[in-house]
Every structure is written in structure tokens, then in C-alpha cells.
Design a protein around this ligand. Structure first.
Ligand code: NAI
Ligand code: MG
Length: 395
């Protein structure tokens, strides 16, 4: 059966890296047709909508998407850059990614942070038993982040309406804000729902079971955020009992950020709410190579979209040849293959990437810690296309 994948390159280097991932998918024999989906800044400017309805319709139809990256800008810039014919017509800029997540309830975000042997960007640690020596602990963590609620749920106000103030004042802890004028009050809510907690925790445990991880760590802050973090923890304890071989650990977000730089090799699957999940996944991603390697999947019941974590890096868009690392995008394609059950193809691509990195002959500028720019190539960096070619040669 030939699948249809909605390919949404977006802006900037999204347009560079997505075709590279498709080259690899084709080479590994994934049978798919790629249907182009418009998304990004260009469509905000031309149409007043960064995620046009026709793209939503494509996702509704095909239920599988590969996405590059988009550019987004602050409100005032968005208003200035929209087509003059659309000005003052009430168009408001919304992030197309957030819209996509909400629209299709892509509430499970998976972010694997798995080190490749030989990556010069891997985390190293001083070895107390060897003078001047160091160890390079292998990191193999997959963060599951609730993608639609919590602090990023969008329920917030500056100068909240009176009804909101009144409702909040039913809580005794609001007393200390009693004399603050509403105009000086900014409120962002952190709303968790039990079903969403259950879904993210279950997704984490199921992943741990499928891929053989021994532990799931729920990373919140229940000692302070008793209600929201408390709910996530309680659901985790409940669900853990359905997965007897897998240990449930619990950490606080702040302590977790410290421990991940001390003993990252101890962690397996980590699960958290929206904001803490965002933070820990960037933390672990930094230990395994950063933005050039950070892939992600936004997964709903029906629809799933895979994307690198990086943005559109507009500084590099026009560089010819391109120098950005395509691996984050290619690893996102690997996640898509795993999602649709093409395990053998996924493993072949991952192994090919591993071989290129281990060999160490072809490295993009980020892997060499060079400043990004046209000079990078004369200083030994591979181009985007050369990196993909090297991966293809190892397939
Ligand atoms: P960015 O991720 O686009 O770039 C930051 C820096 O990371 C780059 O200057 C570059 O040095 C490095 N980098 C990023 N991707 C790389 C790759 N594949 N290989 C090597 N190096 C890479 O973040 P920035 O500059 O903060 O944002 C640029 C635009 O992207 C903004 O408009 C922002 O809103 C948007 N953005 C979009 C995201 C998305 O589409 N998911 C996520 C983050 C930012
Ligand atoms: Mg982030």
C-alpha cells in the first residue's frame, strides 16, 4: 500500500532539510507519495493565515505529516509584514504549529535524545579516577511532553476581566494580590486534565515497553504544584501498575536539570507536562548534539506530524550550498517510519547515520563547532547535501 505523506517544508531551512529527508526515505524504499502542504510566514503575509485550510484538509485526509520549520515574528512585525490589501481586516497571527497541535489534538510529543558514538558534540564528564581523563556516558532518553495544555494552553490575561478576578478571589491565596490593580496583573494558567495526563503517561509507558526501556521518570514538581503536577504523578502511579517490568521514578524538574548533567545515562523514558517537557527535552538534546540532532513527533489519536526541533534559521536560508545539518530532519523521518511500523527501514537509516558519525569524515559545521557562514565549507564542514549523500552511501 502506498502511503501519502503531507510534506510541509515551511520557511527558511525547513525548505532545505525536508527534501533531504525525502531523499533518504526514497532510498530506503519507503513507498510513499509526498503531497505538498503550504505552511509558514509566506502564507501569513499573502493570505493572513500561516496554516491555510487546504493544508488542514490534506492532513485530515492523509493523517501523516513531515514538517520542516516555520518563521514566526512578534505581533507588531506580523501586522507590518502582512500584504497591504489585508491590513486592518482583523487578521491575527497564530503560530501554525500550535494551531496544528490544537486542531488535531496532537497531544503527545515525543522527543528522542539519543547519542551517536563519535559525535564530537556529545556530553563528556571528568573522570575522577583518571588524571585529566574523561568519560562519555551514552545518553538514551526519550522525553514525552504533553503538547496541548498546561502553561502553554493559552489561557492567560494581562488586565484580567472582573469575572476572572472574582473567581480567583475565591481562593485564599489570592488575598495577597487583592490591592494590585488589574492593569498590573498578568495571569497565565496551568490547566491539566486527567485524560491528557493519562494519555501522555500511557504513551510513555507503551513506548518504554515497545523499545525495551527499564524506567519511566515522571518529571514535575508535585511538592509545589500540588494540583497539576500532583495529578500527573497520581496518574503515573496508577498506570505504572499496568507495566510490571518497568520502574516508575519521580523527579522534580529543577533537580532533574541538575542530574541530567551529572548522570544522564541513568534515565530512559521521561514524561512531563508541556512546559517542563519543553525544558527537559532541550536539556537532554544539548547532551547529544543540540539542534542539528533534535527530532520530534507530535502524535494524536488519528494524525501525527514529525519535525525537527530547530526553527527556520533564516541566516542560513540563502547560503548556497547550504551548510545546515539535515540529521534532525532525517531522524524525524525515522520517527515517522517507526510510527507507521516500518521498523526495519527506520533501523537502517539510524544505523547509516550512526556509521557516518562514527567514521567522522563528513561533519556539518555545527559538529565542528565552526561559526555558521559561507567560510564553514573551506574550513572543512560538509554541506547539507554531502551529509545526506554520506548517509545514503551507508544505507
Ligand atoms: P533556530 O532553531 O531557527 O536557529 C537557531 C540557531 O541554531 C541557528 O542560528 C543555527 O546556529 C542553529 N541551527 C538550527 N538548526 C540547525 C541545523 N539544522 N543545523 C545546524 N545548526 C542549526 O532558532 P531561532 O534563530 O531562534 O529562530 C528562527 C526562526 O525560527 C524564528 O522565526 C522562530 O520563531 C522560528 N522557530 C520555529 C520553530 C519551528 O518551526 N518548530 C522552532 C524554533 C524557532
Ligand atoms: Mg523549545
Amino acid at each position: 500500500m502506498k502511503r501519502h505523506v503531507v510534506a510541509m517544508p515551511g520557511d527558511g531551512i525547513g525548505k532545505t532539510v525536508l527534501p533531504e529527508a525525502i531523499r533518504v526515505l526514497d532510498a530506503v524504499g519507503f513507498e510513499a507519495e509526498y503531497v505538498h502542504g503550504d505552511i509558514g510566514w509566506e502564507f501569513w503575509c499573502k493570505e493572513g493565515n500561516a496554516l491555510p485550510d487546504r493544508t488542514i484538509a490534506l492532513l485530515e485526509e492523509h493523517k501523516l505529516g513531515l514538517f520542516g520549520a516555520i518563521t514566526s515574528k512578534p505581533k507588531d512585525k506580523a501586522a507590518r509584514e502582512i500584504d497591504p490589501g489585508l491590513r486592518e481586516k482583523g487578521y491575527v497571527y497564530y503560530s501554525p504549529i500550535v494551531t496544528m497541535r490544537q486542531k488535531f489534538n496532537l497531544d503527545v510529543c515525543a522527543r528522542p535524545c539519543i547519542s551517536f558514538e563519535g559525535n564530537p558534540l556529545n556530553f563528556i564528564r571528568r573522570d575522577p579516577n583518571a588524571e585529566g581523563g574523561f568519560v562519555e556516558p551514552p545518553v538514551n532518553v526519550v522525553v514525552f511532553r504533553q503538547n496541548t495544555e498546561g502553561l502553554y494552553g493559552g489561557v492567560e490575561w494581562t488586565d484580567p476581566p472582573d469575572e476572572v478576578r472574582k473567581a480567583l478571589e475565591t481562593h485564599p491565596k489570592m488575598a495577597k494580590f487583592k490591592n494590585v490593580p488589574s492593569a498590573d496583573l498578568a495571569i497565565s494558567t496551568r490547566i491539566f486534565t486527567r485524560p491528557a495526563c493519562q494519555r501522555i503517561v500511557r504513551a510513555a509507558f507503551e513506548y518504554a515497553k515497545r523499545f525495551g526501556y527499564r524506567s519511566v521518570t515522571v518529571c514535575e514538581k508535585p511538592n509545589v504544584l500540588r494540583e497539576t503536577s500532583g495529578m500527573m504523578e497520581a496518574e503515573a502511579r496508577e498506570i505504572a501498575s499496568d507495566f510490571p517490568g518497568i520502574e516508575l521514578w519521580s523527579t522534580n524538574i529543577d533537580a532533574q536539570m541538575m542530574w541530567l548533567t551529572k548522570n544522564p545515562e541513568d534515565y530512559g523514558v521521561v514524561v512531563a507536562g508541556n512546559m517542563f517537557g519543553d525544558i527537559i527535552s532541550d536539556g537532554f538534546a544539548g547532551l547529544v548534539g543540540g539542534l542539528g540532532f533534535a527530532c520530534s513527533g507530535n502524535i494524536g489519536d488519528e494524525c501525527a506530524v514529525f519535525e525537527p526541533t530547530h526553527g527556520s534559521a533564516p541566516r542560513y536560508e540563502k547560503l548556497d550550498p547550504s551548510i545546515v545539518n539535515p540529521i534532525a530532519m532525517i531522524l524525524s523521518a525515522v520517527m515517522m517510519l517507526e510510527h507507521v511500523g516500518e521498523m526495519e527501514k527506520a533501523t537502517r537509516i539510524r544505523d547509516a547515520i550512526g556509521a557516518v558519525i562514527r567514521e567522522g569524515k563528513v561533519r556539518t559545521y555545527d559538529m565542528l563547532r565552526l561559526p555558521g557562514g559561507p567560510d564553514a565549507i573551506s574550513r572543512g564542514a560538509a554541506t547539507t547535501q554531502q551529509m545526506t549523500d554520506a548517509i545514503l552511501a551507508n544505507l
